[in-house]
Design a protein around this ligand. Structure first.
Ligand code: FAD
Length: 467
């Protein structure tokens, strides 16, 4: 991973064309887009470093019809992306955003790479959950910290100040228009006036009381998202009349490997690993995806075990440093045979033999899988020696939020934009269905972060030029 650039202490002006609340992917992309259009922009970040959930993510952003796909011989289109995402999510409250994300995704990725030197590379070695073609573009080591670092560097080159340790605490309004923010700066509480404000401060995954209200099933689950996702900006927008959409949707993760939140890469499962409970029996169809499968596990057990073989283990270790990290932490154990594997899990050998035998028959195409899984990756039947990782399901981030239009303008109950107020990323309605974790396709989180950030930044830029 390349070193994160330092954030210099910026001297805050009294007014900006765009004030961005939150320095994750949404806020930083919006800042770049608005700055490209000649706007003065500041990004205010409440924590001491930028990045939020973006830094914790794999940095994988979907793009349909990019030149990187064409170079790799992959045929894709916005229509295909829309079809894929709606197949995964089912009908929901923000389908216009699915269309917008798909239509602009290639343009945004190419702009980030070409104009701002953001390191995004097409992932071609497997298709992600919910996508019928290779479509996700990520830092080469799939580490979101590098996406953040690249965006921060680009903001620095564009002379956009990112002011950390500066929580925004409320919005200011006049005559029904949002006119700025109140922030706790190093010099005390300040009001900063803005031509427009973008709420890019993510959702409410870190706030147990909001989870209890909207997503009670996950209110007590371990939370492994960023500390800053406490949802206050959604409340400010609601006070101004904003409505919520897809508010009970979320993304969870089925296989967290440490109490600190290090994940077992889902590539292991996509290449053929199976997940068993403490009794050595599988818990369901793992191929529903890491988000949906978290709920499957949580309903049956508080911990589970991912079982893979050496081919899968070595493949993922070659490609993913975060997998190497959990190996180095001693979280992945080797078992020469089923007896050793059962001892590591603490289950009956006979139960594990039955589980792996049935899964092998399904993976080899000799029998239908007991849970309906049809995709066992490229590995076929698992063979000794085995590797096992004890994991637990956890809440990652919320996917619902305030209703916005195609310019990321926040909408009131009549569907009219609230003047001066934009929202994107986790503050805005997501594209992962109306409820639960099942509608989440890989990349949906960064899709609305990057896509709505771009839409907001460009809209503010265009409005500014017209004034
Ligand atoms: C472990 C993990 C893995 C993931 N992997 C992926 C993936 O590969 N692909 C994908 O699409 N999605 C992924 N996601 C989801 C994705 O990370 C988020 O959906 C996305 O990063 C949201 O971007 P954002 O800019 O809206 O929010 P963030 O990146 O969280 O940025 C919001 C920022 O706002 C700041 N903030 C909050 N409140 C205030 C305030 N009052 N004043 C000032 N600043 C404030 C926060 O501190 C934070 O820095 C993952 C999430 C997790 C937790």
């Amino acid at each position: 991973m390349s070193a994160a650039p330092s954030i210099t202490d910026a001297v805050l002006a009294d007014r900006y064309d765009l004030v961005v609340v939150g320095a994750g992917a949404c806020g930083l992309v919006a800042a770049l887009a608005a700055s490209d259009a000649g706007c003065s922009v500041v990004v205010l970040e409440k924590l001491d470093s930028p990045g939020g959930n973006t830094t914790l993510s794999t940095g994988s952003v979907p793009g349909a019809g990019t030149r990187f796909q064409r170079e790799a011989g992959i045929e894709d289109s916005p229509a295909r992306m829309v079809e894929d995402l709606l197949r995964t999510s089912g009908p929901h409250d923000a389908e216009h955003l699915v269309e917008l994300m798909a239509e602009t995704s290639a343009e945004v990725i190419e702009w980030l790479v070409d104009d701002h030197d953001i390191g995004l590379h097409l992932i071609t070695d497997y298709k992600h959950v919910g996508h019928s073609v290779a479509r996700l573009h990520a830092p080469s080591d799939r580490n979101g910290a590098n996406l953040t670092a690249d965006l921060v560097r680009a903001a620095s080159r564009a002379h956009v100040p990112i002011v950390t340790g500066t929580p925004v605490t409320s919005l200011t309004t006049a005559d029904g228009r949002v006119t700025g923010v109140v922030a706790e700066t190093a010099d005390g509480v300040r009001t900063i006036t803005a031509g427009a404000v973008l709420l890019a401060s993510n959702g409410f995954g870190a706030d147990r009381s909001l989870l209890r209200e909207f997503i009670p099933a996950m209110a007590d689950a371990p939370y492994h998202g960023a500390a800053g996702s406490t949802g206050e900006a959604i409340g400010w927008a609601q006070q101004l009349g904003a409505t919520l959409a897809n508010a009970t949707a979320y993304q969870a993760y089925a296989a967290v490997a440490t109490d600190e939140g290090d994940i077992l890469s889902w590539t292991t499962v996509e290449r053929g690993a199976v997940i068993v409970g403490p009794d050595g029996r599988r818990l369901g169809d793992e191929s529903v995806g890491y988000s949906d499968f978290a709920g499957v596990i949580a309903a049956q057990a508080s911990e589970s075990y991912a079982v893979m073989d050496e081919r899968i283990h070595d493949y993922v270790a070659r490609h993913e440093p975060r997998f190497v990290k959990i190996i180095d932490l001693g979280r992945v154990q080797r078992a020469a045979d089923i007896e050793e594997l059962a001892a590591l899990i603490g289950c009956e050998v006979s139960a594990l033999e039955a589980t792996l035998g049935t899964a092998a028959a399904a993976a080899g195409g000799m029998a239908a899988d007991e849970f309906g899984r049809t995709d066992f990756g490229t590995g076929g039947a698992l063979e000794a020696p085995y590797y096992v990782c004890r994991t637990h399901p956890a809440m990652f981030h919320t996917q619902g939020g305030v209703s916005v239009d195609r310019h990321a303008r926040v909408l009131d109950g009549s569907g009219e934009p609230i003047p001066g107020l934009h929202a994107g990323g986790g503050v805005a309605a997501g594209i992962s269905g109306r409820a639960g974790a099942g509608g989440y396709a890989s990349g949906n989180g960064l899709s609305t972060a990057v896509g709505l950030g771009y839409a907001a930044g460009r809209h503010v830029g265009a409005a500014n030029r017209a004034d």
